[in-house]
Design a protein around this ligand. Structure first.
Ligand SMILES: Nc1ncnc2c1ncn2[C@@H]1O[C@H](COP(=O)(O)OP(=O)(O)OP(=O)(O)O)[C@@H](O)[C@H]1O
Length: 248
């Protein structure tokens, strides 16, 4: 199980001129387990900060964060959460398999088990033939799959993603959407992701949270009641995207 609840979360960042920047104001968020939530909003509206607060990387100044119903300060199971960044952050001197193994090494998982889990996870993302390739030998889409495998190898129940596919071309991005949906279903994962791409939000998310900027506030939380898989070219997806764009 993996759920997130934010109650009345506010955040200020100190500025160099001594002032403070009000980044988030009274943000409420409710992410049910096994659901996919997109956070959208103008640049600077605090989307990444919100994700970092969920991940425990940034502390809110006001309000509460609950993970699986437990207050974040008492939450112990951080290993059940994974974070995918905008850049793939692969280590160039490690093969795909050894990049994927990184988190398991950090957890002290024994070599034989590591090998098995890495092979399983590379197969899950369709890269079993490329275990021994180095990042520079892989295409952008393949690198993105390695990054996804690295996130999945620890068998997380919650995945946070900060524009992870924004650097990919539209065809590959669309393939990654299909992969993420398939794997989220297979692994019963809860996903919260940040995106600038309205179509991406509509194709992937069950719930879309729109932030207003300066300070970031929840302008609207909408539910996308379309069955999966969602065809980006379908009229109902276009309509949802159009209406979301208008709200932004
Ligand atoms: N560690 C920090 N210290 C000071 N200011 C910060 C820090 N992190 C973010 N900010 C500021 O907080 C505001 C919100 O940043 P954030 O990255 O959360 O927005 P965003 O909506 O994700 O933006 P973008 O869409 O451009 O990535 C910005 O004005 C940013 O400069």
């Amino acid at each position: 199980m993996a759920s997130v609840k934010l109650q009345c979360v506010s955040k200020w960042f100190a500025r160099r001129d001594g002032d403070s920047l009000h980044v988030l104001q009274n943000v409420d968020l409710n992410v049910p387990e096994k659901s996919i939530t997109a956070i959208v909003g103008a640049s600077g509206s605090g989307k990444s900060t919100l994700l970092n607060i969920i991940a425990g990387l940034v502390q809110p100044d006001r309000g509460c964060v609950f993970l699986n119903g437990v207050k974040a300060s008492d939450f112990k199971d951080w290993g059940s959460m994974t974070y995918m960044f905008q850049e793939d952050r692969l280590l160039p001197w490690r093969t795909a398999a050894r990049n994927v193994a990184f988190g398991l090494e950090a957890q002290g998982v024994k070599r034989a088990e590591r090998k098995e889990r890495v092979a399983e996870t590379l197969a899950l993302v369709g890269l079993d033939q490329f275990a021994d390739s180095y990042p520079h030998e892989l295409s952008g889409g393949m690198r993105s799959r390695v990054a996804l495998a690295r996130s999945l190898v620890t068998r997380p129940t919650m995945m946070l993603m900060d524009e992870p596919f924004s650097k990919l071309d539209p065809t590959i991005r669309s393939q990654m959407h299909t992969e993420v949906l398939r794997i989220a279903e297979l692994m019963s994962m809860t996903i919260v992701f940040v995106t600038h791409d309205v179509e991406e939000a509509v194709v992937l998310a069950k719930q879309i949270v729109v932030l207003n900027p300066r300070p970031g506030r929840v302008r609207e939380t909408r539910t996308v009641d379309l069955s999966y898989p969602r065809d980006p070219a379908a009229p109902e997806v276009h309509e949802q995207a159009r209406s979301l764009r208008a709200s932004l």
